[in-house]
Design a protein around this ligand. Structure first.
Ligand SMILES: NC(=O)c1ccc[n+]([C@@H]2O[C@H](COP(=O)([O-])OP(=O)(O)OC[C@H]3O[C@@H](n4cnc5c(N)ncnc54)[C@H](OP(=O)(O)O)[C@@H]3O)[C@@H](O)[C@H]2O)c1
Length: 292
């Protein structure tokens, strides 16, 4: 990245729309962490009804109580009749059996699938519709703060207008969990690594900063709280100034000061290279899982 380039305009991200303009009835297959996170984002925008199919009784009760969702468990045809747009959010090992159940009712229905490692071909070869989007969010979807990678198959010939409408519906649904970032499917492993796994890499840094505090005399709880606030402050400075991290590092580090001494220690331990390798390893593992 160029040292003085601004951070925000570089990302062509769709922000959450103020209101859901395209969807009235949303189907949710699987109401775990992700199903609930997307429901919360979509419900927050008003005017939406939910229909849910969920195996676990407690999760089904949560969908009904928190979002007034209608229960369609065991009635895939009725669920797909009800929904303008259906989000599939089950674990990878459950995806094939879900598709088997909904396939007979899936003609020209609209879907977004949040299932790690399952490619668009996996859905297109099992469902009777070209309208499938693949979403890759992170746990930050719980608070509508995820960057959601979104990929589409090519629009079918002769149905470009309908597909464009589907595309905007899907981006709107993804943006309800934070920010939608449309990417070619070949970049899904990269988004999985930087956005999905990236959350854990940031937690690892915050933990390391806290342990540094412990090493120099603070209690862990106090140090972890401090590290969190420092991270929040750093994000705020990045956001408000729009400056690149590399440029802000040089602003904090004064000549012969404390920060540059610490930065030297970080680089002696190959901090930048280690984080770059972490992203590379996570992306290559994500790619490997797509082949399974
Ligand atoms: N959590 C994350 O941070 C994250 C991030 C990116 C992507 N993802 C992807 O998102 C997907 C969902 O993750 P999650 O964390 O939401 O999983 P989860 O909490 O396990 O939720 C999935 C839910 O679907 C239910 N289910 C399974 N088979 C079903 C079926 N045939 N019909 C209806 N409901 C069914 C499960 O019930 P049982 O528990 O009884 O099986 C479970 O309650 C995964 O494929 C994951 O790879 C997750």
């Amino acid at each position: 990245m160029r040292p003085n380039s601004s951070v925000s305009p570089a990302l062509p991200i769709h922000r959450a729309a103020g209101t859901i303009t395209h969807m009235k009835n949303i189907g949710l297959i699987g109401f775990g962490n992700m199903g609930e996170a997307f429901a919360a984002g979509l419900a927050g925008q008003g005017g939406v009804k939910f229909g849910v199919a969920e195996k676990a009784a407690a999760r089904l009760a949560a969908a009904r109580e928190k979002f007034g969702a209608e229960d369609f468990t065991g009635r895939p045809g009725d669920l797909l009749d009800f929904a303008d747009f259906t989000i599939i959010a089950v674990k990878p090992q459950d995806a094939a059996s879900v598709l088997e159940k909904i396939a007979p009712y899936s003609r020209d229905k609209k879907f977004a699938a949040i299932v790690a490692g399952k490619t668009l071909d996996f859905y297109l070869s099992r469902l009777q519709t070209p309208y499938v989007a693949r979403f890759m969010p992170s746990l930050a979807a719980m608070y509508q703060k995820a960057v959601v990678g979104v990929s589409f198959p090519p629009a079918p010939e002769g149905r470009e207008a309908e597909f464009a409408d589907f595309r905007s519906q899907a981006l709107e649904a993804a943006a309800a969990a934070g920010f939608a970032l449309e990417i070619p499917e070949s970049l899904m492993p990269v988004i999985t690594a930087v956005s999905g796994s990236g959350l854990a890499f940031v937690f690892a840094f915050i933990n390391a900063l806290a342990l540094g505090g412990v090493k120099t005399g603070l209690g862990y709880a106090e140090a972890a709280g401090l590290a969190l606030r420092v991270t929040e402050g750093a994000c705020e400075v990045l956001r408000r100034t729009g400056e690149a991290p590399s440029s802000l590092i040089t602003k904090v580090a004064s000549p012969a000061g404390t920060t540059i001494a610490g930065l030297q220690a970080l680089e002696e331990a190959a901090f930048t290279a280690a984080v770059m390798r972490a992203v590379e390893e996570a992306a290559s593992r994500a790619e490997e899982l797509e082949g399974v």
